[in-house]
Design a protein. Structure first.
Length: 620
């Protein structure tokens, strides 16, 4: 069995109909790169299923990620988001690794994600695995505080036709997909989708000029059997915002192509080879822009040896970018404007079954980059199952955030005076995190399961600056502590309750002697707590009612700006299965809140209003 390709799928029934035993036996792959039951995974991992996404009524991947209580998700404007785990959240966040079907989607400009460029057909998602905590040993640099792994269904499981159309007061869109067979053991699907998001508004009612239109099309083909199988898939997209008074429109386009080969041998060993190419273009005359082409090749080989399972592999990544200057008066400039960066890595991991109840996992990755050379990323995880329905686990990890173009090659220039306010740090080195975690997961009864994790992260050489003219430096250090917990309770066969919360306490400061004028607040804007409650109820045959309530604490901003106020949002979805193949749903968001901001300082920030969305979904 292979990660990202062949993990067992949950039963094809509504989530509220699944038993907790079925839910906890969902297989995940992101913790060890091998399929394992969620109940046995020694990490703080939360799984968002396809049915979770459907019943929440969300329309974009970032909105689906709000369902994970171990993520901080803040909407910046109509199409942009700030998403992180365990802190350091901002619109150019750089400590969270995001994968879509094994394809890493961060940009080498700042080691973060342009969320307005990432999309998938939500109906085709099998699950989203969200790990809070480092995953650097398996996934490499930048997997410092977490990993998001979006896994779509095999083409074998998306046969027939599907059409979805919907609209509301703030957005509308449609999607089409068709799946068929080829050859003796092959399946394929093709899809196309498009949507439009309306302008957001400021607190005074003025438009932000961030209306967003995007279209995307793609395909996937899978063939072969359990012992040998292949996947080829690709996507192409184009998006554009409304023209702004300064800088005009933001325009994006791109395409990607991925191929994967999985092999399982009679000896019990297995092999995986994957390669992809990704091309993205972004035009934003007042922000980050440019074109990037990325080639990535990786392989892994798993070998069972007695009580050990050794997994080893390596990879090569090459990215070439071209970044033009932005508009004056303050120009964002990268010097040189075009650069080719490469990364190489090798890793080995050993899962050792010490006893029937105790398993130790040791691993290390060596990864090189063009700025700092080779980095060492070790980890150790211990899992103990005192009973079949309990897991106690602990982990110690070292992770790094390697320099990006923003750290070394960035300049903020005022041309009339030939003056650079901010300059890339010629000696900027990798940021380092040493993380200690302990967790407990249990299912004390057939109706109840829960998970709780406590963590302590020590950070060194975090990004900092100086008064203008400022070089970007590594002179912030400190630690953070927190707790993440969630639970699921089946009140009855038709009613499922779930909820979760997270807390974060950061203790960061500049090194003695540093003249940094902003300090740690410039690294991210994080609430110290948040919580989520969900109710999924099957009202009667063919009717569903889902209610989600989430509370996010206030978000500190750089003085003298006041913090973004805390908010509580309540969303509700009613679904009606008109026929076996036809479903109608109505989703209301921010039900008891006229509008609220989630990020950035007033008065220019967006506020997000109450919305309604009606959707019709047909499956052949």
């Amino acid at each position: 069995m292979w990660p990202l390709a062949c993990a067992a799928q949950p039963p094809n029934r509504p989530l509220a109909d699944l038993s907790l035993e079925e839910l906890t036996q969902i297989e995940v792959t992101s913790v060890s790169r091998n399929p394992e039951p969620l109940a046995d995974a020694p990490a703080s991992i939360y799984v968002i299923t396809n049915d979770d996404i459907r019943r929440a009524g969300v329309r974009t991947p970032p909105e689906a990620l709000r369902l994970a209580p171990n993520l901080q998700v803040a909407r910046v404007n109509a199409s942009s988001y700030a998403i992180s785990a365990r802190g350091f959240n901002n619109s150019i966040g750089n400590k969270l690794l995001v994968l879509i079907d094994g394809r890493t989607v961060y940009t080498p400009l700042f080691s973060g994600v342009f969320w307005d460029q990432q999309d998938v057909m939500l109906e085709d998602i099998e699950r989203i695995e969200v790990i809070s905590g480092p995953g650097a040993t398996l996934w490499g640099a930048n997997a410092v505080n977490g990993v998001i792994n979006v896994i779509t269904r095999s083409a074998h499981h998306t046969q027939g036709a599907l059409a979805a159309v919907g609209g509301g007061n703030l957005d509308h869109g449609m999607a089409l997909r068709y799946g068929g067979k080829f050859g003796a053991d092959g399946s394929f699907r093709v899809y196309g989708k498009g949507f439009e998001l309306e302008n957001t508004e400021r607190a005074d009612g003025a438009p932000v000029f961030d209306q967003w239109k995007k279209s995307q099309a793609g395909f996937r083909a899978d063939w072969g059997g359990p012992q040998r199988n292949f996947t080829v898939q690709g996507d192409a997209y184009r998006g554009k915002s409304e023209a702004r008074p300064i800088g005009g429109s933001v325009e994006v386009s791109g395409a990607n192509l991925l191929a994967r080969w999985n092999e399982r041998f009679a000896s019990g060993s297995d092999f995986r080879l994957q390669a992809y190419y990704d091309r993205s273009d972004r035009e934003d005359r007042t922000g980050f822009q440019g074109d990037v082409g990325t080639l990535d090749i990786e392989f892994q080989h798993g070998i069972p040896i007695g009580n050990h399972r050794v997994l080893w592999g390596g990879g090569y990544r090459r990215a070439h970018d071209n970044v033009p200057d932005t508009l004056p008066p303050l120009i964002i400039r990268f010097i040189p404007p075009s650069r080719t960066l490469t990364w190489e890595n090798v890793f080995v991991q050993d899962q050792i079954k010490l006893t029937d109840k105790l398993e130790l996992t040791l691993g290390v990755k060596l990864e090189s980059n063009d700025y700092t050379g080779w980095e060492t990323l070790p980890s150790a995880r211990l899992g103990w199952k005192p009973t079949q329905n309990q897991l106690v686990w602990g982990a110690v990890s070292r992770a790094v955030r390697a320099p990006a173009r923003l750290d070394r090659d960035f300049f903020l220039v005022f041309p009339p005076l030939n003056f650079s306010f901010i300059m890339g740090g010629p000696y900027f080195v990798s940021e380092v995190a040493k993380v200690f975690e302990i967790g407990y997961r249990a299912q004390p009864s057939p109706a109840l399961s829960y998970s709780i994790t406590a963590f302590h992260s020590r950070y060194d050489r975090l990004r900092s600056g100086m008064p203008p003219p400022a070089f970007i430096e590594n002179r912030i250090e400190g630690f953070s502590n927190g707790v993440e917990a969630w639970a699921t309770f089946h009140a009855s066969r038709a009613w499922r309750l779930s909820g979760g919360f997270s807390t974060l306490r950061q203790h960061l400061g500049v090194e003695p002697g540093s003249p940094d004028p902003t300090g740690p607040i410039a690294l991210g804007n994080d609430p110290d707590h948040q919580w989520l409650l969900r109710s999924s109820f099957n009202m009667s045959t063919g009717h569903e009612l889902d209610v989600i309530m989430r509370r996010v604490g206030s978000v500190p901003l750089q003085a003298p700006a006041p913090p973004v106020p805390a908010y509580t949002a309540v969303d509700m979805r009613w679904g009606w299965k008109l026929r076996r193949d036809l479903e109608l749903s109505l989703t209301l968001q921010n039900l008891f809140d006229d509008a609220h901001p989630e990020f950035n300082a007033a008065p220019g920030r967006s506020e997000f209003e109450r919305s309604a969305f009606l959707k019709l979904l047909w499956r052949q």
